[in-house]
Write a protein that binds this ligand. Structure first.
Ligand code: 8YV
Length: 321
């Protein structure tokens, strides 16, 4: 197969911005069409769509059927992210289009933020920091007491790569770890397997939502699971908003049926339901669990390597399909 350098530059549709350290090499190797910069997106697709052979996208942006069908020569969709729930896999499969993602390089980063979010919420770190900055410490005295994390019971909904790293970290906090997944996992033998999400929620103080999102997992955390966790319980979501019934979550946080939540993902993000902004029992984060320079550089390198490998006819480093 011909080296890309010798070929006329392959045309790629870029769905969202990437850091400069990624855009540089991509622009060198390919003709990158910046879909996100186009004011008239359908006009833009009509103009350049016929020549496009690859899509470079992000986990939360994906590529839906309409976009895929607007690109008759599309061969590969390369996702900057481990989650590919926003890519219409069925539409891709119908056309034999390859899809790749960036697993493993972000696993520990996402787990770190998940644990940090739990600790920040349970120990009131954000409020305590404001207590100092706003002078309340000297005017109103000691910061209100919070509750303990270590030694408590934690449930992991989705014992995949990220769930496993979260469990490992929380086991180090002497927390009693149990998990729920489609089946018990050999690599998670140290922890208690629970077959149903509601039963898991009933048995724990903290519930981490770490499962890969799909149509099957939509609202797997609904009213029943949320209420089973109860007025002392906390939900931590570092997966996708679609895994939780957000209306039921908001109702429970407002009524006190659920104690608190720490969320990195939201329906319709980056727009966040204003009901969250009125609550003081929820920690809000801007979908940055994988957001470190080190991890994003590794993610960008994988996006690049998957595209180059495809067009050089080599096997894909991290294929989904
Ligand atoms: C995003 C993510 O891809 O990995 C995923 O599935 O959602 C994130 O890592 C990242 O925020 C870049 O947009």
């Amino acid at each position: 197969m011909e080296k890309l350098a010798e070929m006329t530059k392959v045309e790629i549709l870029q769905i969202g911005p990437y850091p400069a350290w990624d855009e540089g090499p991509l622009n060198e190797k390919f003709v990158m069409h910046r879909y996100f910069d186009a004011a008239d997106k359908s006009g833009f697709l009509a103009e350049i769509g016929g020549n496009v052979r690859g899509i470079a996208t992000r986990g939360e942006l994906g590529a839906d059927r309409t976009l895929i069908e607007a690109l008759p020569g599309l061969e590969i969709i390369s996702v900057y992210g481990v989650g590919y729930d926003a890519v219409d896999l069925k539409a891709a499969r119908e056309r034999g289009i390859r899809v790749t993602n960036t697993p493993d390089v972000l696993t520990k980063e996402v787990a770190d933020l998940g644990v940090a979010m739990m600790l920040a919420q349970v120990r009131g770190i954000v409020g305590a920091e404001a207590w100092v900055r706003e002078g309340h410490w000297s005017s109103r005295g000691l910061y209100p007491l919070q509750t303990r994390a270590h030694g408590k019971r934690v449930g992991i909904l989705g014992m995949g790569r990220i769930g496993f790293e979260v469990a490992k970290r929380l086991a180090a906090f002497e927390m009693d770890v149990s998990y729920c997944d489609l089946a018990p996992r050999d690599f998670a033998a140290d922890w208690t397997y629970v077959s149903e999400p509601v039963a898991l929620a009933e048995a724990v103080d903290f519930l981490f939502v770490t499962l890969a999102a799909s149509e099957k997992t939509r609202h797997i955390v609904g009213k029943e699971v949320i209420e089973a966790l109860g007025p002392e319980g906390m939900i931590v979501n570092i997966s996708r908003a679609s895994n939780i019934d957000e209306e039921a979550l908001l109702d429970a946080l407002e009524s006190g049926a659920l104690g608190s939540a720490a969320l990195d993902v939201f329906d319709g993000e980056p727009a966040v339901n204003p009901r969250f902004l009125a609550l003081d029992n929820v920690l809000l984060q801007p979908h940055h669990a994988s957001g470190t320079v080190e991890t994003r550089k590794a993610m960008g390198a994988l996006v690049y390597d998957n595209l180059v490998a495809h067009f050089e006819g080599r096997s894909l480093p991290t294929p989904v399909i």
